[in-house]
Design a protein around this ligand. Structure first.
Ligand SMILES: Nc1ncnc2c1ncn2[C@@H]1O[C@H](COP(=O)(O)OP(=O)(O)OP(=O)(O)O)[C@@H](O)[C@H]1O
Length: 285
């Protein structure tokens, strides 16, 4: 029998509670997406699927269309052409609140400087689960306490957001995302502002959440080594096209990275886990 995770013990809504959703083999099905800004094509004929419970990383050079793709998957941008299904249902058929109970998004600029405390921001993650009168079927205090502890935010609980560093704000944004207790998360360069301790903490929290609760993750990552360590599968975007799709060991090759990033690399095995790691080469030595 599967053990109950600490998140579930503290009131996290397990996706299995929704049988229809748990029965879907795919959390996302993307078919023939095209997207343009004016006459400029940004995404061209993208098709892929994301399995329920899978962690898919999206890598690619600046301007290759990664954030645009996430905006379409979260419905922040209107789909121009193609089809997106979330748990077997067309994305446009969801009501806004219904979609935010299923899916949470962490943008690059995670949270604006607002005069709310860190605890208040994390509690805002519960909005999609509240009635019009602000109440919830189940008290979420224990869940919010647990998330605050897990992300080392308890010390910052009363601190206003506007007084936080970029990395602290990013962790508060993750806390809000976790409090939303979604089944699917979209993360746009989530580790950009974090030091290595908090990068690993962030990725470990997501990984634990994925393994224990069946969370599906789609994350844009610039850090290829983090992508190789944590993602089950990596998609490579180049000039708006999907040019590679596979396990980290199939994607992290000097040839692919040279073709896409125009950078020389050497790929080495991680000394502790069976994952590839990327060493960057430079001629300026
Ligand atoms: N609202 C917009 N209007 C016009 N062009 C846009 C808009 N948003 C993005 N673009 C263009 O679309 C292209 C893809 O941008 P996008 O942000 O998706 O790339 P990205 O792969 O996420 O890049 P980065 O790694 O730099 O974050 C870029 O050339 C960008 O200038």
């Amino acid at each position: 029998m599967k053990r109950m995770s600490s998140l579930q013990q503290h009131g996290w809504v397990h996706p299995d509670q929704d049988r229809a959703q748990a029965a879907c083999p795919h959390a996302l099905q993307i078919s023939h997406i095209h997207h343009a800004y004016g006459s400029r094509a940004i995404l061209q004929d993208l098709s892929f699927q994301v399995k329920n419970g899978e962690w898919v990383g999206i890598i690619g050079p600046n301007g290759s269309g990664k954030s645009t793709l996430l905006s379409l998957l979260s419905r922040a941008e209107r789909l121009q052409s193609g089809h997106i299904e979330v748990y077997n249902k067309p994305i446009e058929a969801y009501k806004r609140k219904e979609l935010s109970q299923l899916m949470a998004v962490l943008q690059q600029e995670a949270l604006p400087s607002l005069p709310f405390s860190v605890r208040e921001v994390v509690e805002m993650g519960r909005f999609p689960h509240q009635s019009w009168f602000g109440g919830e079927k189940q008290d979420s205090t224990a869940l919010v306490d647990h998330i605050m502890e897990q992300l080392e935010l308890t010390q910052l609980a009363e601190q206003p957001l506007e007084q936080l560093s970029g990395g602290q704000r990013q962790r508060a944004a993750l806390g809000k995302l976790m409090a939303q207790s979604p089944s699917l998360v979209l993360l746009d360069e989530p580790t950009t502002y974090l030091d290595i301790h908090h990068q690993v903490q962030f990725m470990d929290v997501i990984s634990e959440w994925q393994q224990d609760c069946g969370l599906t993750v789609v994350s844009v990552l610039h850090d290829l080594n983090l992508a190789a360590l944590y993602c089950d599968r990596i998609l490579v975007l180049h000039q708006g096209q999907l040019v590679a799709d596979g396990a980290p060991e199939d994607i992290m090759t000097s040839q692919i990275l040279s073709d896409v990033f125009e950078t020389r690399t050497v790929i080495v095995p991680h000394p502790e886990v069976a994952k590839p790691q990327v060493l960057i080469c430079t001629d300026k030595q």
